[in-house]
Design a protein around this ligand. Structure first.
Ligand code: DX5
Ligand code: ZN
Length: 219
């Protein structure tokens, strides 16, 4: 089980101490939500923030690109220090090519899909996909409720991966809390992203611990 806190809901004025907290926590990856105001109706941050946190952490930096034509920027994000880069299937015309380009830059290549995109659309790219970022909210904002339909999609994707004997990991992103993480992992998730559940909590490290041990967190 990989836990990937999303810094989207963190206090950006205290980014250094946020990263220091994550560094000593049980978090495995640091999930960075990049939004362009076109693909999603919100704007967040870009390469300078990735470059700023890179020297502060040994954790895997996971960059989720919610931007149009992401192929234009993958080189810049790799250079800034991303370990994993996911691009949206809906935003990327030549997805197969882009995934190979991410790998050629030395990063893990991820495909993100919106709640309305069927997992069958991934069938012919799973062979070159290190992880699928399956959105369980409509991307753009932290703090939205988990869309239950995503549980079916996780299970379907797990079957597709098993049938093809691929090594692809399943990352689930959006609305995950210590209360529902058990169902997400039971359905087949390998990586869980959590933003508001971690950063709006009194004790973020404790929430990360709960997410890491879903049985402990089972309601
Ligand atoms: C959705 C983002 C998610 C989200 C996670 O646009 O990709 O990473 O911010 O935040 P919570 O856990 O608050 O849904
Ligand atoms: Zn995300």
């Amino acid at each position: 089980m990989i836990v990937a806190p999303s810094i989207l809901s963190a206090n950006f004025a205290q980014l250094q101490s946020v990263i220091q907290m994550l560094e000593k926590s049980e978090a495995d990856w640091i999930h960075c939500d990049v939004m362009d105001g076109h693909f999603v109706p919100n704007i967040t941050f870009g390469m300078p923030i990735i470059a700023a946190i890179r020297p502060l952490t040994t954790k895997i930096i996971d960059v989720h690109l919610m931007i149009e034509k992401p192929e234009r920027y993958i080189g810049a994000f790799a250079k800034a220090g991303a370990d994993c880069i996911s691009v949206h299937l809906e935003a990327c015309t030549h997805l197969d090519r882009t995934l190979h380009q991410i790998k050629a830059l030395g990063c893990k290549a991820g495909v993100a899909i919106n709640p309305s995109t069927p997992v069958s659309a991934l069938q012919h790219v799973l062979y070159c996909t290190d992880y699928v970022c399956l959105l369980s909210v409509n991307p753009g904002f932290g703090g939205q409720p988990f869309i239950e339909e995503a549980l079916k999609k996780i299970a379907q994707l797990r079957n597709l991966i098993q049938e093809g004997a691929y090594n692809t990991l399943i990352e689930v992103d959006g609305g995950i809390t210590p209360e529902n993480v058990h169902a997400v992992v039971e359905a087949g998730a390998d990586i869980v992203v959590a933003g508001s559940a971690v950063f709006r909590a009194q004790n973020p490290e404790e929430v990360i611990r709960q997410l890491k041990s879903p049985k402990y967190a089972r309601p």
